[in-house]
Design a protein around this ligand. Structure first.
Ligand SMILES: Cc1ncc(COP(=O)(O)O)c(C=O)c1O
Length: 391
């Protein structure tokens, strides 16, 4: 235990890029959105959200969205000209479908369902409500790539499925808009992004891999190359379109996905990725359930978890402890979009105060997961002790 106290882990929030992936040529994949007949590729998922509003003619109408949201998808809907309205989501990420139906009004033009971190929302029930009211259903799978509800892949029940690729796969960028059913829309092919941006993100993911595999030496080398790289980016005035940002930026709405990023996506063994994510999730569930009540007590068939949602009392403190030990845990969705009245959704506010993302992605070996579990347990028990003393 003492030895562990002194070691610094490197547990990146997102999977890293293994050099072999740059050369690999995968088989065509059966997973969504790669298998979809009608798909457009984008730089981000937010571009697909924006275009969906335009394509379905929802601007000037209202879109009924979950009160538990990231915020950038709400910004994209609003920027495209629609008015977001909100429905209730419970403390276990359970969509209140009765509330959805109650809130449908004369100006409602579409229903928006988000699948949280790979865990399926009630797509069938939302489909039924949408059909009953003659509304399109938008399925947001930005956090749920490769995930299914049993044998039904997420993103296939709605009229539209929206995906983010770079949160689950080690890509420099990538999002997708899938149109399900017979309706045809003439969609422009989005232009490829600046090559400098693609290369800069690719290099970052390769350097992360170096640190992951190379321990202290890899960390030193990564630090050195990063400092050189920062100077070069500045000196050459390289355009780098950041991914994973909190806000929608209209200047990037037309950006598409590069063939290079699609090629890396093709080189992935997607089935193995799902398997590893599930293995790592189960491991954390087993090791953490006695110190923090799990949000989900099991992992239903088909689910590919994006991360392990850890319920904590003091987010800031637990995050600081995990970061200090090298675990890139993330503060999950702390903020409500200002268009949504926080006082009307107390359970959502409680979720926003208490959930931390613990990485469980495909790069993390069972040995690393064992260390992650130990560090998280330590952070939680320390948090509790501090609170006791304060009380
Ligand atoms: C639910 C949801 N939808 C859409 C997005 C936008 O994804 P992207 O960063 O690919 O634009 C996010 C981003 O985190 C999200 O959480």
């Amino acid at each position: 235990m003492e030895a562990l106290k002194n070691t610094r882990l490197f547990v990146p929030a997102l999977p890293t890029l293994w050099p072999g992936m740059l050369l690999g040529r995968g088989e065509p994949s059966g997973f969504m959105p790669f298998s979809a007949p009608n798909v457009r590729w984008f730089y981000f998922a937010r571009n697909a959200v924006w275009l969906t509003v335009k394509m379905l003619g929802l601007d000037k109408g209202e879109v009924l969205m979950p009160a538990y949201h990231h915020g950038v998808e709400v910004e994209a809907v609003a920027d495209a000209g629609a008015t977001p309205r909100f429905y209730r989501v419970g403390s276990r990420w359970d969509v209140d479908v009765e509330d959805v139906e109650r809130r449908i009004g004369p100006n409602t033009k579409a229903l928006y369902l988000t699948h949280y971190a790979g865990f399926p929302g009630p797509a069938e029930e939302m489909r039924r409500i949408a059909d009953k009211h003659g509304l399109p259903l938008i399925e947001d799978c930005a956090l749920s790539l490769l995930s299914a509800d049993g044998s039904v892949p997420l993103g296939t029940t709605g009229d539209i499925g929206i995906f983010c690729l770079y949160k689950t796969l080690p890509l420099p960028h990538g999002g997708a808009l899938v149109v399900n059913g017979p309706r045809q829309y003439s969609l422009p092919e989005p232009p490829t992004p600046p090559i400098t941006s693609t290369l800069s993100h690719t290099l970052s993911a390769l350097l992360q891999n170096l640190e992951l595999r190379g321990g202290r030496f890899g960390r030193g080398l990564r630090g050195f190359i990063r400092s050189l790289g920062k100077g070069a980016v500045k000196a050459a005035d390289i355009q780098r379109v950041a991914t994973g940002t909190q806000h929608f930026d209209r200047r990037h709405v037309d950006l598409g996905m590069s063939p290079f990023a699609r090629r890396i996506a093709q080189a992935q063994d997607l089935e193995a990725i799902v398997e590893r994510r599930r293995r790592n999730y189960f491991f954390l569930l087993g090791r953490l359930r006695d110190v923090s009540p799990p949000l989900f007590n099991q992992l239903p068939a088909g689910v590919s978890p994006l991360f392990y949602p850890l319920v904590v009392e003091d987010k800031a403190e637990v995050l600081a402890r995990l970061h200090a030990r090298g675990i890139e845990a993330i503060d999950f969705w702390r903020h409500m979009h200002p268009a949504c009245d926080a006082s009307a959704f107390p359970e959502v506010m409680q979720s926003r105060r208490s959930i931390v993302e613990i990485p469980c992605h495909q790069d993390l070996s069972p040995e690393v997961m064992a260390e992650v579990a130990l560090v998280v347990r330590g952070a939680l028990t320390q948090d509790r002790r501090t609170r006791k003393h304060a009380g």
